[in-house]
Ligand binder design. Structure first.
Ligand code: NAI
Length: 697
């Protein structure tokens, strides 16, 4: 039973006990109902207190039950709340720390609420594409007013209990505890033990001086802000129901809206991403209790684009950093950029000046490797050249203290080779940040053949500390993200040869939801980067077909925004991509040289060829064990490559389209003489799942 029962004088105390946040799983719900029955049956009991053990009152639904029949098994949360309301003895919720989602709905079903200060109160269902489904949309407006409730339910953001207690006329909290919560809740229960009738939130009225105008205003605003997501508008609709409908009709409306949202692809995608994010840190052969190494100081080698951003992550988390460069000028330039980034945050009001000063004070610089010897973790971000990395890692091996973790930010090189430059390959790992490293959420953690388990566990933990989404990747060319993007880019190139323009491809992908189409992305990242990689790649695989358009572009010196021209033209100082007649001409000439007659290509074909290229390569990556699970690939794409959240990542998108259909499309693509039939052979894992009618998840 995940709820305990005890008698404190003539008050029965039911304590939810389902770590870590007292999720309202089946056993907890059953525990509450059993406790209620016991208290009703005991004549000595005059009142009941419900609270939560440990770190929370309750965080709401138990995510372990997500999607399983247990989540709906009786007593479901609605039944539990009805049982609370039916109690003949007063029930006091003693609320502390975290009171969210179903936890708050449960508390709203009690007769009274006593809260500790600092409690985080929220109805966050909108974040997983839903609305509150156990009365939250009907009861919360009744206790804090429709406008406050609307804000909380549409945003899903937590509000501190003391803030809510200040809302004029609020009835959410009957008391804000000054001292020990349980002592005060028990005293409060004794006070109200004989009071009748018992107050129920459902009996309160919701009013607004100009209800219709207010609801219309919110609908307009929320509709404009949530274009790819249906849930926020449904939140508005449900809360608006509390103004117009009797309580039970409002509950019925809430249920209908909730149920309909459960089946939308957007909610499925958001729930998938929510679970996927949590799954990334689970490594089957590295248990959660693996001891970790202490990281009190970090060293960064190279103060370039990546080194500076990487350093900022640790400074932001309060971890001192020392940066090493070859020359003083490079060091000064790098530090200057860090300071400029922080200054910009101060100007925007996102950072206080004293915080900036504190962070800069934690940043040391050096030209001398001897100054790194007390660092616990060193991250190398020098030029992408194996020879340079060799020199750096050999030196690090000499100077770093025993047990220090040696990480490389390489984006393409073999981490096993880098590890072999040292006499301690077990301490070597890849930490692949994405640019700009102080902003992008993704951190690919590259597990080398010899990387020690505690090194991996430590890096995963430190990744969390610097607030990254950490995804483990095995060693292969490009790791998870870049290996897949190469196939995506190849398809984009073929599309140009067959008749599309860069602007058409980008527009189709952006309409699908990508933050940026492939060609705008190339212009931003620098087309020369891919050029350099292709030169190496096609030396190794001379028979691999690809479109030469990107090489021709680079031969024209059009590297992208940094050279003022790429796939598009740019006006100095601006980032707007202007379609370029010169580029279109270059593509047309290239097409002619290949003897291809251009055809009209649909947006659907563009989207499917690009996204399924990711999916097929992704399936190979899972099969080879480079990624631990398909959902890790989705997290890489959602947090590192601007893949639209409402699609849940490429693998989830394929699941929703149906793998059978995905494989069918691949067969059609393979028949195109201008494409790569070999590539479109479905990866064995994909073919197998499709044949068995299964999905990646
Ligand atoms: P960058 O050229 O901006 O910076 C490299 C810095 O390293 C320069 O300041 C240079 O002076 C310094 N450096 C070179 N050799 C050194 C040595 N022996 N000792 C000390 N400092 C040295 O390059 P960027 O873009 O920061 O890339 C660094 C690494 O990060 C590369 O391995 C790259 O593949 C990787 N990476 C780059 C990404 C990007 O978007 N730029 C994304 C992810 C990884």
């Amino acid at each position: 039973m995940s709820a305990n029962y005890e008698l404190r004088g003539n008050v029965a105390v039911i304590t939810m006990d389902n770590p870590p946040v007292n999720g309202l799983g089946h056993a907890t719900r059953l525990g509450i109902v059993n406790g209620l029955e016991r208290a009703q049956a005991d004549d000595a009991v005059k009142a009941i207190v419900i609270s939560g053990a440990g770190k929370a009152f309750s965080g709401g639904a138990d995510i372990k039950e997500f999607g399983s029949p247990k989540a709906l098994a009786e007593p479901n949360l609605l039944s539990v709340i009805l049982a609370l309301e039916a109690s003949s003895k007063p029930i006091v919720a003693a609320i502390h720390s975290v009171c969210m989602g179903g936890g708050l709905e449960l508390a709203l079903g009690c007769h009274y609420r006593v809260a500790a200060k600092g409690t985080q109160v929220a109805l966050p269902e909108v974040k997983i594409g839903l609305i509150p489904g156990a009365g939250g949309t009907q009861r919360l407006p009744r206790v804090i007013g429709v406008e406050n409730a609307m804000n909380m339910i549409v945003s899903g953001e937590p509000v501190k209990s003391e803030m809510l207690a200040m809302a004029p006329g609020q009835k959410l909290f009957d008391k804000l505890a000054e001292g020990d919560l349980m002592t005060e809740a028990l005293a409060f229960a004794a006070e109200v033990a004989d009071k009748r009738p018992l107050p129920l939130v459902r009996n309160l009225k919701v009013t607004h001086p100009s209800a219709d105008a207010y609801v219309q205003f919110v609908k307009n605003m929320v509709g404009g802000m949530s274009k790819n997501f249906p849930a926020p508008l449904k939140c508005v609709e449900a809360v608006a129901g509390s103004l117009k409908l009797p309580f039970d009709a409002g509950m019925k409306l809430e249920r209908e809206l909730f149920t309909a949202l459960m089946f939308t692809p957007e909610s499925k995608a958001l729930r998938h991403a929510f679970m996927a994010e949590r799954a990334t840190t689970k490594i089957p052969d590295v248990p959660a209790d693996t001891p970790v190494r202490e990281i009190k100081k970090v060293a960064v080698i190279g103060a370039g684009t990546m080194g500076g951003g990487i350093a900022m992550n640790f400074l932001n988390a309060g971890i001192p950093v020392v940066i090493l460069e070859m020359k003083q000028e490079a060091l000064d330039k790098g530090i200057g950029i860090i300071r400029k980034n922080y200054d910009a945050q101060v100007k925007k009001g996102k950072l206080k000046q004293d915080k900036l000063d504190a962070r800069m004070a934690m940043l040391g610089t050096t030209l001398n490797y001897a100054d790194l010897k007390d660092a616990d973790l060193v991250i190398e971000a020098v030029f992408e050249d194996l020879g340079v990395k060799e020199t750096v890692f050999k030196t690090l091996d000499e100077v770093m203290k025993p047990g220090a973790i040696l990480a490389s930010n390489t984006s393409t090189l073999d981490v096993n080779k880098i590890a072999a430059f040292t006499k301690r390959p077990q301490d070597v790992i890849g930490m692949h940040f994405f640019s700009p490293a102080n902003v992008m959420k993704l951190l690919e953690v590259i597990r080398g053949e010899k990387t020690a388990k505690d090194v991996l566990a430590t890096v995963m933990q430190i990744g969390k500390k610097i607030r990254k989404t950490t995804v483990v990747s095995g060693v292969c060319d490009g790791f998870i993200g870049n290996r897949m993007i190469e196939q995506y880019s190849r398809q984009a190139g073929f599309l140009l040869e067959e008749g599309a323009t860069p602007a058409q491809v980008d527009k189709a992908m952006e309409k699908f939801g990508m933050a940026m189409g492939p060609f705008r992305m190339g212009d931003l990242a620098g087309n020369d980067v891919g050029w350099y990689i292709r030169k190496r790649r096609y030396l190794e695989k001379p028979n691999l077909r690809y479109s030469k358009t990107a090489d021709l572009l680079c031969e024209m010196g059009r590297f992208g925004q940094k050279t003022g021209a790429g796939w598009y033209d740019y006006v100095p100082g601006k980032r707007d991509a202007i379609p370029s007649p010169v580029v279109v001409e270059m593509i047309e000439k290239h097409r002619k040289d290949l003897g291809i007659t251009p055809r009209k290509i649909s947006d659907d074909e563009i989207v499917h060829r690009l996204v399924y290229a990711l999916v097929n390569e992704g399936a190979k990556i899972v099969e080879e064990g480079i990624a631990m699970r398909a959902s890790d690939i989705d997290m890489v794409y959602l947090t590192g490559y601007g893949f639209p959240l409402h699609r849940g990542g490429p693998m989830n998108y394929a699941d929703q389209v149906g793998l059978f259909n995905v494989v069918g499309a691949m067969k059609r693509f393979a028949a195109n003489p201008h494409d790569d039939a070999e590539f479109w052979k479905p990866a064995p894992l994909l073919a197998k799942l499709a044949a068995e009618g299964r999905s990646f998840s």
